[in-house]
Design a protein around this ligand. Structure first.
Ligand SMILES: Cc1cc2nc3c(=O)[nH]c(=O)nc-3n(C[C@H](O)[C@H](O)[C@H](O)COP(=O)(O)OP(=O)(O)OC[C@H]3O[C@@H](n4cnc5c(N)ncnc54)[C@H](O)[C@@H]3O)c2cc1C
Length: 478
């Protein structure tokens, strides 16, 4: 049954959800607070599990056109001194899709087009400040007092979510790190024989309490430089705060000289400084009425070290559409949202915990622990995996060195994992790759088996325990 759905927030998560729900036939309106959709941001890695979702949305081809090229398969890990640690193929071929890197601006533009083509309405300049759940249907209340009723309201308003704060006024974002971000034109690298090779692969420099990630974007058109260190500058969700270029140079002055050379190419006006945030695991993403739900960063903001923040939001969008497709009336919506949360929470918690672990591992101070890390990576490079039979990982694994972790993270099929392919028949409309539809052998109401299946996954794993007990890579295992 088509529902009337409001999505609060026109970021990547909100727009992907608008696309998936509109494609499924729902009437969707996106309410975005900014006057126009912001095109700020740097390179976003789209890992294989996310690419599968873009494929489900029928946007795989267009995404590759926006990306202009595939990402380099190689990823080099160096110490801050320049000492080589290991080369790690990202192995996405193993996981069916090859990761790509796209600048956030074309990514967002593509989702705006796709959502609009699918029938969603996007309203900018509309800030939601409250939700009234007292009636049969939830009502979103705008800053200027307008009331907008819907069958379902989705809070996709990012890490610093207003909607989440209505449910959890005392939950605070954890913010321990700052990151300097700059996008440098690739042409300046190409002109310099020492810098040009950096356009061939991503490079990660591990330093004591700091890490630098350099990623070539769009076939070397840009080089995305991200320099992370402990800090408390700025506020969460402030995406356009200017960074101090001299402070950045000072902070990383003990890194190998090529780093200083790259920093010389950053124009002071182009340097941003962001606060990195992560959210503690929330008790529930579903509100009291059962008709308001959190999604994306508002539900599970995580550190970027897993490279999965955007991917988790896109997976949410596909999963929510699947869950809602089982609802035959508005009274089924609470069950659909519960199913969504049951499926998504363990996975997002585990991957968030992995990112926290990576933050620690990548920034170890010089010493024995750092030497052990380097030796471990030399033996088993990042993303390396053994002992995987190519089938879905159907219980939550531990984090690396559990060999099943990377298949679990990167080969995940957010539809096929829970709804076996036999039940789905996927077609591309008109062969144009513009949209996909799914024909299901629908059953009336909800499949108890399905709920049990997803609960079984939760019971077998315990992502929650992992999320809280995990301090660094390698400690927690199943
Ligand atoms: C401007 C910007 C630049 C970014 N750049 C990068 C990047 O370069 N690399 C990276 O890895 N990640 C970046 N991110 C984060 C990344 O997009 C998210 O982590 C991920 O895609 C999950 O998206 P989301 O939709 O849940 O949240 P977000 O992408 O944060 O989107 C939330 C949206 O909700 C809107 N909003 C907030 N409050 C309200 C309200 N009360 N009413 C209505 N609308 C509201 C915001 O304006 C925003 O558009 C960026 C996010 C933004 C907003």
């Amino acid at each position: 049954m088509p529902f009337n759905i409001l999505i609060i927030g026109g970021g990547l998560g909100g727009l992907a959800t608008a696309t998936s729900l509109s494609q499924a036939g729902h009437k969707v309106t996106v309410l975005e607070s900014t006057s126009k959709l912001q095109t700020i941001g740097g390179g976003i890695t789209i890992p294989s599990n996310s690419l599968r979702c873009w494929d489900y949305l029928g946007l795989f081809q267009r995404l590759h056109e926006a990306a202009e090229a595939k990402a380099p398969e190689r990823r080099r890990f160096l110490r801050y001194t320049g000492e080589f640690v290991c080369d790690a193929g990202t192995r996405e071929k193993l996981y069916k899709y090859q990761a790509i890197v796209v600048h956030r601006a074309p990514l967002q533009q593509l989702l705006v087009q796709a959502a609009t083509e699918a029938g969603a309405l996007i309203k900018t300049n509309t800030r939601i400040v409250d939700i009234d759940e007292s009636g049969n249907s939830p009502v979103a209340i705008t800053k200027d007092g307008q009331r907008i009723e819907a069958d379902l309201i989705i809070g996709a308003d990012g890490a610093k979510s207003t909607i989440r704060a209505l449910l959890y006024p005392n939950v605070e974002l954890k913010s321990e790190y700052n990151i300097y971000r700059a996008v440098i034109p690739g042409a300046t690298f190409k002109a310099d024989p020492e810098l040009a090779p950096l356009l061939d692969c991503s490079t990660i420099w591990w330093g004591p309490h700091r890490v630098i990630v350099g990623i070539p974007v769009q076939n070397g058109k840009y080089y995305s430089l991200e320099c992370c260190h402990p800090g408390n500058t700025g506020t969460a969700g402030e995406w356009n705060k200017k960074g101090d270029i001299n402070l950045m140079k000072d902070t990383y002055s003990d890194f190998e000289p090529i780093v200083a050379k790259m920093m010389e190419l950053v124009k002071p006006d182009d340097l941003l400084v962001w606060k990195l945030n992560s959210l503690p695991k929330l008790e529930s993403w579903v509100f009291r009425s059962g008709k308001v739900v959190l999604l994306g960063d508002s539900a599970h903001a995580m550190l970027p070290f897993s490279g999965q923040g955007h991917a988790m939001a896109i997976e949410d969008s596909i999963c929510l559409a699947e869950c809602l497709s089982r609802a035959s009336s508005t009274s089924d919506i609470p069950k659909a949202l519960k199913m969504f949360e049951t499926i998504r929470k363990p996975r997002t918690s585990l991957i968030s915990a992995f990112g926290e672990g990576m933050a620690h591992t990548w920034q170890l101070p010089d010493g024995e622990e750092q030497r052990q890390r380097d030796n471990r990576y030399r033996k088993t490079p990042y993303f390396g995996t053994t002992g995987w039979d190519g089938k879905h990982v159907d219980v939550l694994p531990g984090v690396p060195p559990d060999p099943l972790f990377f298949p679990y993270m990167l080969a995940h099929d957010v539809v096929g994992f829970y709804w076996p392919p036999a039940k789905l028949e996927r077609r591309t409309l008109g062969g144009l790759g513009l949209a996909s539809i799914y024909r299901r052998r629908r059953t009336l109401g909800f499949s108890i088996d399905l709920m049990q299946e997803s609960l079984h996954v939760v019971d077998n794993g315990s992502g929650g325990a992992l999320a809280t007990s995990l301090n660094f890579e390698g400690l927690a295992t199943r």
